[in-house]
Ligand binder design. Structure first.
Ligand SMILES: Nc1ccn([C@@H]2O[C@H](COP(=O)(O)O)[C@@H](O)[C@H]2O)c(=O)n1
Ligand SMILES: C[C@@]1(CO)OP(=O)(O)OP(=O)(O)OC[C@H]1O
Length: 160
């Protein structure tokens, strides 16, 4: 049992017109995009936080400060590759991740196969280890008003 550890991630980004909308490593075509110090890929950020949490290695902002100009506009896939390196240097491998994106619009479902393929390549795991889900919030709250996007992720890692 000591060989298995779980982690959890949660993140939010504002949505604004005229910004790019990166989600799970791919760019969505939408009139609004996400605001952040990086490319604001909320799905990748929660995956990073779930993996780091599982390994008891702090969080994404601890490793990649949002005050550091080095990370301004950075592709979050680069951050996820770094997190995977940290996890593996700690002697861990990924069992599986399960995530939920909370987004009123656009629909995420049509993009899930491409997101899974992208993340599997970046993480160096089988697509079967990656689950992506989506929900609206039935037009309630900041997600429902299309002011923001949030995401949750749990990760299981194990000692090799
Ligand atoms: N941005 C989204 C939100 C939801 N979906 C899919 O639609 C289903 C129904 O959404 P509800 O919020 O009404 O439960 C949901 O289960 C997802 O399959 C989506 O693709 N993109
Ligand atoms: C990804 C980082 C990189 O500086 O910046 P943001 O795009 O602002 O994302 P957030 O999840 O708010 O903070 C974590 C930071 O590490």
């Amino acid at each position: 049992m000591n060989n298995f550890r779980i982690g959890f991630g949660y993140d939010v980004h504002q949505l604004h017109e005229g910004l790019d909308f990166w989600l799970g490593g791919i760019k969505l075509e939408h009139e609004k995009g996400a605001l952040g110090h990086s490319d604001a890929d909320v799905l990748i950020h929660v995956i990073c936080d779930a993996l780091l949490g599982a390994a008891n290695m702090r969080d994404i902002g601890y490793h990649f400060s949002d005050k550091d100009p080095k990370y301004k506009g950075i592709d979050s896939k680069i951050l996820l590759r770094e997190v995977m390196k940290l996890i593996r240097e700690g002697g861990y491998e990924v069992g599986n991740i399960d995530s939920t994106v909370c987004l009123q619009l656009p629909k995420v479902n049509p993009h899930i196969p491409a997101i899974k393929a992208c993340l599997a390549e970046v993480m160096g795991v089988e697509e079967g280890a990656i689950s992506i889900k989506a929900t609206t919030t039935e037009k309630l709250g900041f997600v429902g008003r299309e002011e923001g996007v949030s995401a949750y992720c749990v990760a299981l890692i194990y000692k090799k």
